[in-house]
Structures are given as C-alpha cells and as structure tokens.
Design a protein around this ligand. Structure first.
Ligand code: NDP
Length: 328
C-alpha cells in the first residue's frame, strides 16, 4: 500500500479541529487508500483536551490512521509535514480592536511560518490557513518561510464558495453539481465578492436563468457574505462542521484535481486581474490531476464586479499594512 503522509493540524482540539480530525482520519480528505499520521498542535493550556480527542481517535479504530502526534511545539508538530491545516487562531474578544486582532494573529502565524520553514516537507507541503484573518495570516506565514514556495500556501474561501453553490442550486431548483464556473474573489471576509457572471446551470447562463439582478445584489451576495453571522445567530456557535468540510474539499481538490471544474482558493497573487502581487487573494482556479492549480485566465469583469473586486483588494492591502512590521 501507499506510505503514510503527515498531516499537521493546529488548533486541533478547537471546534473546527474536532470536526476535521475524524474526517481526515476516515479518509475523506486524501482517499480511502491513503494512510495518515495526524500531527496535532495545541496551546499548552489545551493539551489535556487534545489528549481526550486523541483517545477518541484511537477509539474509532480508523484503519488509515497510523499515528497521532500531540504537541505544543510548532517545529515538532510540523516535522516532515506534507499537509498543514492552520486552524488555531486568536478569536476576537470583547472590545478588541481589529488592529489588535491582526497583530495577535500575526505573532502566531509568523512563528508558525518559521517552524514550517525549518521542519516541514518543503517538496510536498500544502498549507491551508483557516484561522482568521485567513488571507493575511497566510501572507504572514508564507513570508516567514523563505525556503518554501509561496504557492504552497493558501487560505480558505471554499466555505464561501460552497455556500454560494448551495444558494444558487436552491434558487434555480437544481443540484449543486449542476452549477459551474462560480467563484469567490478576494478576502475571506464581508468584502468577498461571490461572482455569478460566468456561472452556468446545466450549461446555461446563471445570470439569464435567474434573470433577477436585484436578487443577486440584495439577496444572494449579502447572504453568502453574512452566512457565518447567520449561523452564529441560529446555533449560538460558529460554523465548525461546514468549515471543516470545506477545508477537506480544498485539500482534496488541491491534491487530486477538479476535473476541469472551477473552484475558489485564496492563493499567492502574481498580479492577476490587478490583485496586487504578493497578496493572498481568492481567485477562480482549476487544479489538474497532478495537483497543480492554475488561475482561470481571460475573464472580463464588468463595472459592478470591478468595484467589488477593488473593495476587497483594498481591504487586503490595508490588512497587509496593519502587520507590515511582521513581514520580513
Ligand atoms: P474554531 O475552531 O471555531 O475556529 C478556529 C479559527 O477558524 C478561528 O480563527 C475562526 O475565525 C476560523 N474560521 C474560519 N472560517 C470559519 C468558519 N466558517 N466558521 C468558524 N470559524 C472559522 O475556534 P476554537 O476557539 O474552537 O478553537 C481554536 C483552537 O485553536 C483552540 O483549541 C486554541 O487552543 C487553539 N489555538 C492554537 C494555537 C496554536 O496551535 N498555536 C494558537 C491559537 C489558538 P473566527 O474567530 O473569525 O470565527
């Protein structure tokens, strides 16, 4: 059989981590024939809770699970890692300014970038940042890992993408798999731009099928942008299972390809579509069956789209400016 791959997860005993670990160990991320070693990182104060999670993982007797590392030291948790899912982050506490939140997370992600640079498997590594502000955290981690290709880092907009697909399938009375060429541009935040202009449903234009621009502007876009808050309002807790599911989709598609379909990933920008070079920006991408992603090229943005694109781009620039001292 295949040799095991090493999957590092930070914030492993948090809400999202608790959903993620079991699905990775059961083979949902890398397939039912890929053995896995889970390498869990937690804060010292959460090690006991992590121990309980590891006991439960043992108790699942997952055939693919070949080992569990529990550590509060980034270099140890990232040792030889082929995959790193950076979930743990500092949540916004009451009265905390946005700038303070950015800085608190910048500290965490600069340490983790350095640790990845030292100890991960640089030739195979795929990094997905889930912890918020995800795009800027990815930027900081990548910039602190000078020996790792910045294209090996990404941030998650797949949950936003999946939320959009679900809304569009519902509106058009179709299956999520009937919707193609939909994408999220920009930041994983309220400024993200879910774009249906190139989209199709069963091969026909989404814009023409829906034929209701007012619904798109006043209903669809805000629903996708504010879905996280709506789930907190309903459940009293943030969206953890769906976030974990999106992380699994992201890593699986990045590894095995998208079969020619579009998906959304926040990745290193070379300046495509005017997104400033060096930002981690969500683009429509296609991943080939060797695990190489390409940004979809040659799309024409209309004025409405361009305005939204610029708003999310400017937000990312201002986040970058807020952490500039921590960028080597
Ligand atoms: P969650 O597991 O619920 O969330 C973790 C991070 O994911 C947060 O930054 C959260 O952002 C973000 N996130 C991104 N997308 C979503 C989404 N759709 N829904 C919800 N969250 C999303 O947080 P917990 O507090 O339960 O767990 C965090 C764990 O991380 C704790 O166990 C803590 O000990 C650990 N931690 C570990 C660190 C480390 O390993 N060095 C550093 C810091 C924390 P948002 O806050 O905006 O919801």
């Amino acid at each position: 059989g295949k040799a095991p791959v090493r999957v590092a997860i930070t914030g492993a005993s948090g809400q999202i981590g608790y959903q993620l670990l079991f699905r990775i160990a059961s083979g949902d991320m890398l397939g039912k024939d890929q053995p896995i070693i889970l390498q869990c990182l937690e804060l010292p104060g959460a090690m006991n809770s992590l121990k309980g999670v590891a006991m439960e993982l043992d108790d699942c007797a997952f055939p693919l699970l070949k080992g569990i590392v529990q550590s509060d030291k980034p270099e140890e948790a990232f040792a030889g890692a082929d995959y790193a899912l950076l979930v743990g982050a500092r949540p916004r506490s009451k009265g905390m300014e946005r700038g303070d939140l950015l800085k608190a997370n910048a500290e965490i992600f600069s340490v983790q970038g350095k640790a990845l640079d030292k100890s991960a498997n640089r030739d195979t590594l795929r990094v997905l940042v889930v912890g918020n502000p995800a795009n800027t955290n990815a930027l900081i981690a990548a910039r602190n890992a000078p020996n790792i290709d910045p294209k090996r880092f990404s941030a998650m907009t797949r949950l936003d993408h999946n939320r959009g697909l679900a809304q569009l399938a519902d509106k058009t009375g179709s299956a999520v798999t009937d919707i193609e060429k939909f994408c999220i541009w920009g930041n994983h935040s309220a400024t993200q731009y879910p774009d249906i202009n190139f989209g199709t449903v069963k091969g026909k234009s989404l814009v023409n099928t829906i034929n209701d621009q007012k619904w798109v502007k006043d209903n669809f876009i805000p629903t996708v942008q504010q879905r996280g808050a709506a789930i907190i309002a309903a459940r009293g807790l943030s969206s953890a299972a769906s976030a974990a599911s999106a992380a699994i989709d992201h890593m699986r598609d990045w590894t095995y390809g998208t079969n020619g379909q579009w998906t959304s990933m926040a990745i290193y920008s070379e300046g495509e579509y005017g997104a400033d070079k060096g930002l981690y920006f969500s683009f429509p991408v296609i991943v080939d069956n060797k695990g190489k992603y390409e940004i979809v090229k040659g799309l024409k943005l209309d004025q409405f789209s361009q305005e939204r694109f610029d708003a999310t781009r400017k937000e990312l620039l201002s986040e970058m400016d807020g952490v500039k001292e921590l960028l080597p």
